[in-house]
Design a protein around this ligand. Sequence first.
Ligand SMILES: Nc1nc2c(c(=O)[nH]1)N[C@H]1C(S)=C(S)[C@@H](COP(=O)(O)OP(=O)(O)OC[C@H]3O[C@@H](n4cnc5c(=O)[nH]c(N)nc54)[C@H](O)[C@@H]3O)O[C@H]1N2
Ligand SMILES: Nc1nc2c(c(=O)[nH]1)N[C@H]1C(S)=C(S)[C@@H](COP(=O)(O)OP(=O)(O)OC[C@H]3O[C@@H](n4cnc5c(=O)[nH]c(N)nc54)[C@H](O)[C@@H]3O)O[C@H]1N2
Ligand code: SF4
Ligand SMILES: [Mo]
Length: 727
Amino acid sequence: MERRQFLKIAGASVGALAVGGYGWLPIPQLGHKAQRRSVPTFCEVCFWKCGVSAAVEDGRVVKLDGLAGHPLSRGRLCPRGNGGTGLLYDPDRLKTPLIRTGSRGSQHFREATWNEALDYAASRMAEIRKKDGPESMFLFTHGSGSSFFVNLMKAYGTPNMGAPSYAQCNGPREVGFQLTYGVGVGEPEATDIANTRFLVLIGGHLGENMHNTQVQEFAEAIRRGAQVVVVDPRFSTAASKARWYLPIKPGTDLALLLAWINVLLGEGLYDRDYVERYCTGLDELKRVTANDTPEWAAGITEIPAATIRAVAREMAKQEPNVLIHPGRRTTWYGDDTQRSRAVAILNALLGSWGRPGGFFFPSGIDLPRYPIPPYPKPSRPRADGAGTSYPLADQALTSGMQEATMRGATLTGKPYPAKGWLVYDTNLLQSLPNPRQTVAALQKLDLLLVVDVLPADIAGYADVVLPECTYLERYDDLYAGTFREPFVALRQPVVAPMYNSKPGWWIARELGRRLGLSQYFPWNNIEEYLERRLQGVNLTLAEMKKRGVVTFAAGAPYIRPDHKFDTASGKIELYSPLLAKMGVDPVPRYYPVEEPPAGYLRLLFGRAPVHSFGRTTNNPVLASFMKENEAWLSESAAGQFGVRAGDRIRLVNQDGVRSNPVRANVTRRIRSDCVYLVHGFGHRTPRMRLTNGRGASDSQLITRYKTDPLMGGTGMNVNFVTIVREA
Ligand SMILES: Nc1nc2c(c(=O)[nH]1)N[C@H]1C(S)=C(S)[C@@H](COP(=O)(O)OP(=O)(O)OC[C@H]3O[C@@H](n4cnc5c(=O)[nH]c(N)nc54)[C@H](O)[C@@H]3O)O[C@H]1N2
Ligand SMILES: Nc1nc2c(c(=O)[nH]1)N[C@H]1C(S)=C(S)[C@@H](COP(=O)(O)OP(=O)(O)OC[C@H]3O[C@@H](n4cnc5c(=O)[nH]c(N)nc54)[C@H](O)[C@@H]3O)O[C@H]1N2
Ligand code: SF4
Ligand SMILES: [Mo]
């Protein structure tokens, strides 16, 4: 019955796809004229949070479009956002609370009422608080609903909370830019792609990475004739739009960046006025990079010296309307803060920070919090090493084995053991490197609570699974956006929650009440909470429900002559006294990364335009475009392993871990020293029937990572695979 229902939904969605376009329409029912209404809200299919206008007919969401006037979507969604109804109507959704009956991870659960599940979860949390102290309960989060769970856990008394979207994502970039400019790049990235004349993408694969505003601006830039350089071992979608495609040897980008710096300095092509006014450390930078010539870098990067030099000269011609894009997931090789710093320095030499076509200064708005009593002060310091073992980390570190991280503390019991994890909106078995260690950590826990919309891999290990309703069925906290103009956006229910699912704010508050923390949730209902916060910026909930988003006046987007940077010197630090004091390179230096052994290729991974991580692979609408990933292999690598296009192969990594079978995509679009997978496939979760076992998981093959000594990011492009053909 469920299976048939599922096929019906999948079938209907596929049949309804608009040909060749963004967006899809359901097949109209003949002879019935439905009333259509539109509800504004914002998307959660990824973390960019575009404004959505949802069309509802007869209580069903029939179409999702971009909300006009929303600064992030500007009237359009990306294909994933258009396909969000596939999650709402996914028959595999979590429908009711579950309590584990078998051993942890055995996937045996029984259905429970909310009262029973919440009573049980809260009583176990209370036990931990009493016996082991509240610090022993860790929170892992991501996504818009997080704030209610962060509030819950701070009230409960733990300092341990983190997200894989830091140490597995853009943490190194943020720290590299903070060291240089005193601030990070931030999210959504304040890159002025719309006005750029020269865009350099280093790995950043816009077009596959579908962050909506960036992709829209990228398309505009190309239309306007901006020149594009793509540096990627794989011929990405963006590479097909580029004037220069540089198929760099993986792991050598820092050498290329230093060579570009060397040319700009050596040939006097940098923005002299800008550097004189705003920067410090030019002489040291010159001295340290004096021998980092294109000829030197050519031998390392496998990009000809003449090309390196020519590109540097061309970028200088477009100064300052140049953007060396900082990328986003910068956790590549463990030297990532330094590589990001080199990107930051190069931008400074081009005068692009705070200039049209480079980086703009984003504007935000202060949205007051709902007043609550002060949180208790935890009696033990946090268990991870952010700010201590990893001095420059400004957010919690989630993974790592012997290292000072949340997972590491759970495994080693040092500095103190975790007894419970609350996991909200993050699938740690795919987002943390080396999932075997994550499983080992889970097995040490007394309590695992998972709040998810789907029976994701992590939910399979939970003691209690709490089903959240989807973003189309709930209110969340307000989103105060910091971008070209400040804005406040509302997420509101487009339709009522299906099944026995509940919003995150309600789940957090119910747990809080049962833990005696009602004073931290002093509002009677979520509308009262939102209304109170909106008052702080002279808005009402009624107006927000109609408009979905309100924008405010922007500050000056570009730099002023007297601008002071938030660094110790008040200037852009080309040479970092702070790093010198820490005994590390004050100017980034290149160090070779480990090479694949004979018979192995480096494993690289990235995004597909129609999927977000592993959170959409079970979405029938999006899966109809791509239901499994492929392993990209060069012709010569395929020849070496006797593989032909379309063969089913397995990737086996340096530690003997074997992937699921995956189809070989034999292509000229990748260097012969690497293999590429789209991240998010290869789920092991039988209740996600559409995606379970389909494609190969990059996460599973990432048994090694290299930790960034400055901020604890986990460089994950350091695994090697060999290839075996399936019989
Ligand atoms: N191997 C490997 N690891 C990676 C990456 C990679 O490319 N490869 N990328 C890294 C990056 S850049 C990032 S940002 C992180 C992201 O990693 P995560 O933060 O783990 O993000 P997702 O993989 O999207 O997992 C989201 C989980 O939330 C659930 N979910 C979806 N919507 C909702 C909702 O509305 N409510 C609740 N409660 N749950 C919901 C999904 O079912 C899924 O289980 O992963 C990092 N880790
Ligand atoms: N469709 C879609 N879009 C997304 C997401 C999604 O899940 N789906 N996730 C969003 C999130 S949270 C993030 S963080 C971003 C991540 O997206 P980005 O920051 O754009 O990309 P990365 O994951 O860092 O890198 C992937 C690219 O780097 C190349 N690469 C690998 N190794 C090297 C190397 O050594 N040198 C160079 N120069 N290139 C290399 C790969 O071939 C690939 O093209 O995407 C965002 N956008
Ligand atoms: S970029 Fe796409 S998936 Fe992400 S929030 Fe925007 S529309 Fe949704
Ligand atoms: Mo990310």
